[in-house]
Write a protein that binds this ligand. Structure first.
Ligand code: ZN
Length: 187
């Protein structure tokens, strides 16, 4: 098992639009395996490649630890693109391994249709709703350099400024390995 340090709010790679994957080589397979180890250890239910410092359009999800979703399988999404958003929206509390201890109610479309590739680069189309739709949207945002704290009213953003600054400057205690500086990039 290999745990990778998780990037924190303020890290530059979290603001990057990540690069398309054109080949799944041995290194990429190892990255995905390590991402699962890292996500389970944290623990989390979704993790994007730039959250471990990798500039690749890959995210993983496993919601089976959540009550009511025990039968869900771990999933890998390569080059995901959300093709359709429902008009109906819902609000759920979200958190993020890169923004420890902050949880916020976020409104998002309730259902989505996502196109993605698997580790053999075969294409799939998936309709998702409720929690899975939520995780997919949160993780696709990551791959485009967007964080859930971008989606709240300005007034609330002001209130969070201090907390976010603490995370950026590592003035917090986190129970899983995190990066030590904002320029971190996985070699
Ligand atoms: Zn996140």
């Amino acid at each position: 098992m290999a745990l990778l340090p998780i990037t924190l709010y303020g890290d530059k790679i979290l603001r990057k639009k990540t690069a398309r994957v054109t080949e799944v080589d041995v290194k990429t397979v190892k990255l995905i395996k390590d991402m699962f180890d890292t996500m389970k250890n944290a623990p989390g239910i979704g993790l994007a490649a730039n959250q471990v410092g990798a500039d690749k359009r890959i995210f993983i999800a496993d919601i089976s630890s959540v009550e009511g979703y025990e039968n869900s399988k771990p999933m890998v999404f390569i080059n995901p693109k959300i093709e359709k958003f429902s008009e109906e929206k819902n609000t759920m509390e979200e958190g993020c391994l890169s923004i420890p201890e902050i949880r916020l109610d976020i409104e998002r479309p309730k259902q989505i249709t996502v196109k993605f590739q698997d580790t053999e680069l075969n294409e799939h189309i998936l309709d998702a709703d409720e929690l899975l739709a939520r995780v997919i949207q949160h993780e696709c945002d990551h791959l485009n350099g967007i964080l859930f704290t971008d989606k709240i009213p300005d007034e609330l953003k002001k209130k969070l400024k201090k907390d976010l600054s603490k995370i950026k400057h590592r003035k917090i205690e986190v129970e899983y390995p995190v990066t030590q500086n904002i320029d971190y990039c996985l070699k």
